[in-house]
Structures are given as C-alpha cells and as structure tokens.
Ligand binder design. Structure first.
Ligand code: FES
Ligand code: FES
Length: 466
C-alpha cells in the first residue's frame, strides 16, 4: 500500500504492508530508537507516539501505542516520535521529569513524555486528573510513580497556566513544549497526496479486510497478509455520534475515548465514561473502536456486553445496500456473527425510550484497570415507580458469545424491584449461561462471579431508587 504522511518534520511517501507494525517501521527502517520495544502488545506504553489527523479541517492529536498501530493508519497523518519534539533545550515536560527525579534507567521515559505531550496537544482540559489519565498505560519498573506524579504536578503548574486553549499548538510552541514546525502541520497535511477519505459506499470485495483500530489484530505480530486492507478511520462520518428521531447514532469507528467524550451518551447513560475507564489504557482507548470490538466477537468484549443492554440495531453496509440487525441477535456462536464477508458495520442505533432509566456495568478482572475481564455484566432498567417496565441484562465470559440474557430480561419485565425478584432472576440467569473452565477460572467460579455481579446491579438499582 502506498502511503503519504509526515514523520516528525519530514514528508514521506512509502510503499508498505498496511498491517506492518509502526513500531518496527520506526526502529528498523527509520532508526528512531526513542520508541522502545517493550511488551509488543499495547500494555506497557514504552512505544508511545503521537498521531495527528485532520478531521473536518481541525488537527487532532492523540497518544497511541505504535507496537499495535498498523502502518496503513499513518496515511494522511502526522506521526511524532520523541525525536520530533526535541529542541535545543529540554521541553517543560522533559525538564519536569529530570528535575523531579522521575527517570532512573530511562527505558519508559520517552513513552511518558509522548503520552503527556500528546495529551497537551489534544483539546482536553489541562487538569491533574487528565494528565494522569494520559499516562494510565505507561508502566515504569524502576523510578516509582511518586516522582512521576510530582513531575506531572510541575507540568500542570508550568504549562497548565501558560496555555491559550484557542490555539494550543502556537501556545505550546511558545512554551517550547513542541518545536515551531508544528504550526505548519495543518497546511502541510492538506497538501498530502492521496485522499484518506473513503466513502462508506466504496465497493468492498469478499476478501476486503476492514481494520477498526487493529489493537487486537496486531497483538500477535500482525494480521494475515491481505491484498485489500481498508481502515475504517478513513471512512467519512463513520465516527460520528449524534441524536436524531429518538435514536442515538454511534458510528462504528467511534473510539473508546470518543465514547468517553460524548455528551449525548453521557446524558442518556450517566456513568458510561467511568465504565469506559475500565477498558484498557488511553493509548489503546484512543484507537480501539466500537465496530472493531464488536466484530472481534470476544465472549468477554466489554463494549459488546455494555452496548447489548442498550437495545440497539446494527446498521450494516451490505453490497450496494444497507441492512439492519438487532444487536441482541447478532452473535450466533463462538466468533460466528450475522456478518457476511465484505459487509461492514457502519453504526449502532440506540433507541431512546421515555421514562426513568437506570444503567450499570460491572467487571471483574484480576486487577481493576488494564486487564481483560474474567466476567462482566451490564443492565439497563426502565422504571415506573419501583415497577420494571423494561429490562435488559447481558453478561460476558459465561457463554461462547457476549450474551444477551433473553429469558432473565423478559422475566423481570412488569416485576416490582425487591430482594425476592433479585434472587429469583439469579436462578434464571444460572440456567441461561454455560461457562467453561479456562485460564480465567473454573466454570463454578464464573457462575459465582456472575451471581455477585447481578446482585451488584440490584444493590446499585436499589440505592438509585431511594
Ligand atoms: Fe508495550 Fe507497545 S511495546 S505498549
Ligand atoms: Fe526505568 Fe521507568 S525509569 S522503567
């Protein structure tokens, strides 16, 4: 695949396997060794780089893991490594790390610097909480996190007070946090050849491989060679989230961070952002997409389990037309979906029902953050007083698919919330699931986990009703 992009301050036109990991390209072909090879699967942050793209004429930067970033994603974008932000003097971010003793062996340091600088370049408010969120995927094995936290406090003091949010790039360049060439990047990106903007109507072939983030696909090195790879981030409007005619439309290309930032989703489903922080780290959340998580079809896929209870319809591009499928009927068996080769999920449409709504997500994993679930579950209740007018329950890790619990959900409809109905529905849930014993626990253990997660839904529902 021919791609045209800007690497630091240099425009490149190269021919590359679109699934080739960006980390390997940077180190092996460009000799940019600030980008470290750590885990190779998005879990340590040593390989963090910054990726900038023009979206509707506005330049957006985000920190991403280069080890699982397919090279094809670089087309039309600005890729920045530590070498690209180095100037004659240390930047305020670099200086804060040195001053606060936040460096020992230094292996993790470029990743931390890139995550924080990428955050400063984003449009998020500069707060301590947001700085710390930006490094939640960066691991340090020798310095200790207190000195890194002190460095973050210093950055907040120096950069946070000196920045003009209307023109972050010029402002950061003025503070020497980035070199001056960044101010010319928007114009230079407009001048790149080749349009990264694909219409969703572009004809796909049977063997077309759509990549929506690739954060799982590249974990084992790279995906299988494919002559027709396309990136859903190149499809116009596929990341839009909007409200229309009593439906919330969430584009399949929306990333986990887009969901966190969505005012609409947070308005209708309060707490959804907090649940999203249980998913991986920011360098992954910045690229992992809703569509990618759905078609991955992992039985414990957090996004699938969570969105199943919102009762959505999937809009799927099929040949020249579009068809719709109820999401709760989409998963057929382990990794088997109602999706033909060449078809593409464009969006999910969530109906907005009237009435009081309670929504909750629970996840158990070996550690609270940055881990795959052993078992997860979501619930959405519509109530009139204490009476359940509609209920949707789902669970992951207890069946070959992300499971919509049809019988339990139907049984709860019309019941009044009480301890008795909670205990009764747990019995029905136990009949609906079929967990297997595997590396994440025995079948009995998973049954016990789900029992407790269903109780957690009811305990929170009860507290919310009071
Ligand atoms: Fe660990 Fe990329 S090498 S996140
Ligand atoms: Fe050694 Fe962070 S300074 S791993």
């Amino acid at each position: 695949m021919k791609i045209n992009f800007i690497l630091n301050n240099e425009e490149l036109k190269i021919d590359i396997d679109p699934q080739f990991p960006t980390l390997r390209f940077l180190r092996e072909e460009k000799g940019l060794t600030s980008v470290k090879t750590g885990c190779g699967e998005g879990e340590c942050g040593a390989c963090t780089v910054i990726l900038g793209s023009l979206d509707n004429g506005v330049l957006n930067y985000k920190n991403v893991a280069s080890c699982i970033l397919p090279a094809g994603e670089l087309n039309g974008k600005h890729l920045v490594t530590l070498e690209g932000i180095n100037g004659p003097e240390l930047s305020p971010v670099q200086k804060a790390f040195v001053d606060e003793g936040a460096i020992q062996c230094g292996f993790c340091t470029p990743g931390f610097i890139m995550s924080i600088t990428g955050f400063l370049l984003s449009d998020r408010d500069i707060t301590m909480e947001n700085i710390l969120n930006s490094i939640d995927g960066n691991i340090c094995r020798c310095t200790g996190y207190y000195s890194i936290k002190r460095a973050a406090e210093k950055i907040l003091k120096i950069v946070g007070t000196g920045i003009d949010n209307k023109d972050r790039i010029s402002s950061l360049a003025g503070l020497s946090a980035i070199p001056d060439y960044f101010t010319e990047i928007p114009e230079r990106l407009k001048g790149l050849t080749g349009s990264p903007d694909m219409d969703s109507e572009s004809t796909a072939k049977e063997n077309t491989l759509y990549i929506g983030g690739g954060t799982d696909l590249l974990v084992s090195g790279s995906g299988k060679p494919n002559p027709d790879v396309r990136f859903i981030s190149d499809i116009k409007n596929i990341s839009d989230i909007f409200e229309d005619n009593n439906f919330i439309h969430v584009g399949a290309g929306s990333t986990v961070e887009d969901i966190i930032d969505s005012e609409i989703l947070n308005k209708y489903f309060p707490g959804i952002s907090d649940f999203m922080y249980l998913i991986s780290s920011q360098i992954i959340r910045n690229t992992a997409t809703l569509g990618g998580n759905i078609v991955n079809a992992s039985p414990i896929g957090d996004l699938s389990v969570l969105f199943l209870v919102l009762d959505p319809v999937l809009e799927i591009k099929s040949g020249d037309g579009i068809r719709e499928v109820l999401f709760k009927e989409f998963f057929k068996d382990y990794k088997v979906m109602d999706l033909e080769p060449g078809e593409l999920i464009l969006k999910i449409k969530i109906p907005v029902y009237p009435g009081k709504r309670f929504f909750n997500f629970e996840k158990v994993s070996r550690r609270k953050y940055l881990d795959i679930a052993s078992c997860n579950s979501a619930s959405c209740f519509y109530l009139e007083g204490d009476v359940i007018k509609k209920c949707d329950l789902s669970a992951g890790g207890v069946a070959p698919v992300p499971l919509y619990m049809k019988e339990s959900s139907a049984w709860l409809t019309g019941k009044e919330v009480s301890k008795e109905i909670m205990n009764k529905v747990i019995e029905i849930v136990m009949d609906e699931i079929s967990p297997i014993s595997d590396v994440r626990g025995s079948s009995d253990y998973k049954r016990e986990l789900l029992r407790r997660l269903i109780k957690a839904h009811f305990i929170k529902l009860n507290g919310w009703l009071k």
